[in-house]
Write a protein that binds this ligand. Structure first.
Ligand code: CUA
Length: 247
């Protein structure tokens, strides 16, 4: 009885801790989907891990002075139960992960291929060029180009057309939940819908030579008014040339 009560208390503690570990508000739709998946898997994994460890501790304690251990007896019902339970958990993990993978922000290329018309036609588009070693961002709607600084509007669908000038690079913006390899000779797609204006880090996530570690940039998410003002400013200042790094 006492053991059962302590087990119950431990489970409560675990649930409390996992609630504390729940992530803060996400900065993009992609990030929200990934965070939600992580939380879901945590809620499944935590009780299971507790159950296994507590069973182990219980068995060690309960049979500590057993000088004459008898061999395990077959128990088909128990074996079928744990096989089925494991199967059900794996199916749950598989389906949860698949739902997130199929999200048009996480895997935009697949989503685009499966729609007859261009589903992203209304997206704000940014052309991203990765090269050894840096980033160039072009905004076709505004006819502006920036280096090492990516500016996008908040609360709008943004599609990135990714190209590399030389070797394989990978665009990685952890806070926005974006990661995509960029292969030579192909145009790849990444997509997001940022929800929180702010500044985020962008990295290259593919070892691409001696300057790999220098290959980072800043992502600036601005609300629409600030974004429009920025575009206007860029166009005025530079006369449609490569823009200086400024807000
Ligand atoms: Cu580009 Cu590493």
């Amino acid at each position: 009885m006492r053991l059962r009560r302590s087990l119950f208390r431990l489970c409560l503690l675990a649930v409390g801790l996992s609630a504390l570990a729940a992530p803060a508000a996400a900065q993009s739709v992609n990030r929200a989907a990934i965070d939600e998946l992580n939380a879901q898997l945590l809620y499944v994994a935590l009780p299971l891990a507790l159950f296994v460890e507590l069973t182990l501790v219980y068995a060690i304690y309960r049979f500590r002075d057993n000088d004459d251990p008898s061999p395990t007896v077959d128990d088909p019902a128990l074996e079928i139960t744990w096989t089925a339970a494991t199967g059900a958990i794996l199916v749950f993990v598989g389906i949860s992960a698949f739902v997130v993978m199929a999200n048009p922000y996480i895997t935009p290329a697949a989503a685009q291929a499966s729609t007859p018309d261009d589903a992203f036609a209304d997206d704000h588009e940014v052309e991203v060029l990765a090269y050894q070693w840096g980033w160039e961002f072009s905004y076709p709607e505004a006819n502006v180009t920036t280096e090492e600084r990516l500016v996008i509007p908040a609360n709008r669908n943004v599609t990135f057309r990714l190209q590399t000038a030389d070797v394989i690079h990978a665009i990685y913006i952890p806070d926005l939940g974006i990661k995509q390899d960029i292969f030579p000779g192909r145009t790849l797609t990444a997509r997001t819908h940022a929800t929180e204006p702010g500044e985020y880090r962008l990295y290259c996530a593919e070892l691409c030579g001696s300057g790999h570690s220098k290959m980072n940039a800043t992502v600036v998410v601005k609300n629409q008014t600030a974004y429009d003002a920025w575009v206007e400013n860029q166009t005025e200042v530079t006369g449609n040339q490569t823009a200086a790094v400024e807000d």
